[in-house]
Design a protein around this ligand. Sequence first.
Ligand SMILES: [Zn+2]
Ligand SMILES: [Zn+2]
Length: 344
Amino acid sequence: MNIFQVLYDEVISFFGIGHVIDVVKSGDYSSLLTFDGILSVIGPFIPFLLLIEIIRAIVYKKFKIDDYRIPFFIFVANRFISRFISIGMVALCIGLFEKHSVFKTTFTWYWLIYGYIIWEFAHFIYHFLAHKVRILWCLHSTHHAPENMNLSVTYAHFFLEAPYADFIRTTICILLGVNAPLLFFIMFVDGTWGAFIHVGENIIKDGRLGFLNKVILTPSHHRVHHARNIVYMDTNFCNLLNIWDRVFGTLQNEKKEVPIEYGITRKINPRNFWDVYFGEIYYLAKDVQHAPGIKNKFLYIIMPPGWSHTGEHKTAKAVKRILNEEEQGKLFITTTPVIEKTEG
Ligand SMILES: [Zn+2]
Ligand SMILES: [Zn+2]
């Protein structure tokens, strides 16, 4: 195959404009008014916004190749691997669990609201576990490694994270009656919003989006989620509706007095693809290797990042407790505790 053709196809598929190009070529614009047509027009929104973000950064001379390099490599790696491993987790879960769903829904506005609330619940479960179970954190930490926020972070994921996320989310939604077309529609809307909340500060400085910050999960909330500051750790797990963060007490607004520091708390080289992609797996393997007894080895795998068999935990919960006691004057620690292997 011609190399230029391959590159052309990659660019078209990245921007998601294949359908629109076909329509323009055929001259028949009526298909844009169909449901699929509308989706095909919304799809390119995030890739084009990313392009604008980069162009703006170049124009204002703020463009740093390092901010984009690793997410770009990860995107390419995932694209390459996914060609060989087409897991089709969503289809698999639908096939396996649809017959066991508690009831059937239809494609109507009220079931859409129900479906979205269930989807957010399933997303919360996947995301919460990704932060609280060490082996799952190994899959999710790649997304948290970048030390700068911009739209390219949307594409920075370990290749096994999507099948894991889709397994949890699809199974819960299907079992709770969300039908497949409704689920695909919600996935699309949520995926677009989930990408948008990674918008960089050079495009939208104040990510709170005015009054919306009180109602939904905004870029500001997700910036907080990507922060390694102790007060911000393990908060804002939702995607668009933040109801489940409210229910479980994990909602955290951006504090003016605590500027966000992006990244994870372990010392990492964010410019090193191997460290960003496999670093957490390496450290987990080391901890398991050195842990005494089979029970401790197993606990390292399933306990939250920062858990230690010695009892000197550096989990998000433990360091937050220290910070709280420090703030209440019960402890007099002058320096921030050194945290290793805990999440951002
Ligand atoms: Zn996360
Ligand atoms: Zn994110």
